[in-house]
Design a protein around this ligand. Sequence first.
Ligand SMILES: Cc1ncc(COP(=O)(O)O)c(C=O)c1O
Length: 459
Amino acid sequence: MALDLKQLLDTRADEIYELHSRHINPQFVKVLRTIKFDRAYTRGEGSYLYDAEGTRFLDLISGYGTFNVGRNHPAVRAAIEQALSLNLPNLVKMDCATLSGFLAEALVERAPEGLDKVFFANSGTETVEAALKFARAATGKPAILHWERAFHGLTMGSLSLNGCSQFREQFEPLLADVRELPFDDLNALEDQLKRGDVAAMVCEPIQGKGVYVPSEGFFPEALRLCERYGALLIMDEVQTGLGRTGTFFASEQFGVTPHVLTISKALSGGAVPVGAVLLRDDVHKKTFSRLDRCIVHGSTFYQNDLAMAAGLATLDVMDEEDLVGNSARMGELLRGRLEQLKEKHSIIRDVRGRGLMLAVEFGASGGFIGKMGRMLRESIEPALFTQAVVMTLLEKHQVLSQTAGHHVDILKFLPTLCLTEADVDWIVTALDQTLSETSVTGTLVKMSTRLGRQTILGR
Ligand SMILES: Cc1ncc(COP(=O)(O)O)c(C=O)c1O
């Protein structure tokens, strides 16, 4: 008898958390239970998740920024179903794969001029690993530079560029010749480049951890400096790419074409793991330089038909529904409304970001909330005030959000790019009410007594 997934879920859905606890990650289950995120969502559609009772939740995490076109988009699903029904000759390996050329062409059409080669991968971290190898091969130099707070993935190479010690702890020594730079600091960049051994500077155009935006002039000058000293500028757009920040690539807003640009997450509509490195021909040639080096980098599943079909459909949907434009419009609306909240709630220290990659940073303020927030920050864990906000948003307002990293009081919004004006109202009303004394105070008191000194993030 064929597997019946519906029947499996109908009969055993209540075992999901228990199975995870037993076989997958008991610590993660404990965290979810502690912050009351141990819910059973049964359906996802567009910007929303639903539980068995039909309660609708607004998803502002969207799979860490994967569902730019919305969850379970019918056009993406149809493309995958069609690819399966065509019985395509998937992963022959010793041929040119059927669909990857079409997706490469579609990506190059949308990319800044000069990025006309595409290397496919299966995840964000794989694109970064590939970019590091391409940079070493292209320059013949060893060193890699990255920013403080950087996040480029969690495999050994990309982890070496991670600006957060919690992620690196226990896994060192990592890649040699990797150096961290202060954020947005051209002098520090030039000092390193002058040493003459730098293969590449790797940056997120807008940092995911904390949503920090570099100054306007940084990237054009960084590119100039990299070229002067024979290094590559690699822009990691795994999170910022595909319309997230209000343009197709965030690098467009900074007026630069890097030598290498990485994308992943949203490229297949969240349906199939995928990633792509866009790079200049002269850089590509240095790695794939001879007949016997034609597959010197790659992986078994890269260019697989389902990912490629989903990618082609996703790009179509983005055009058809003008999702890049919607990201810019809704981003501006939401940001403006959050700025207004800042006037009302002194606990909001900053509102920042571009398009639909936004952050609200909390800081010191007077009153009871301010005192509780300070107490949590100083005595237990800096991110706990935000965690209390995140919990209240979900429990009382059905809004799923996240803190923007370890030990920071920053709330991050990464919704789908199909967000509507009604959704913006939903978010702003929920946050406004959550930050009012009565609502968040209860959660803060409960959390501080319940959690005690237990740190819930990253352990
Ligand atoms: C900028 C950036 N690069 C790389 C990655 C790693 O992607 P993945 O989790 O698919 O390996 C992420 C993931 O959040 C990211 O935000």
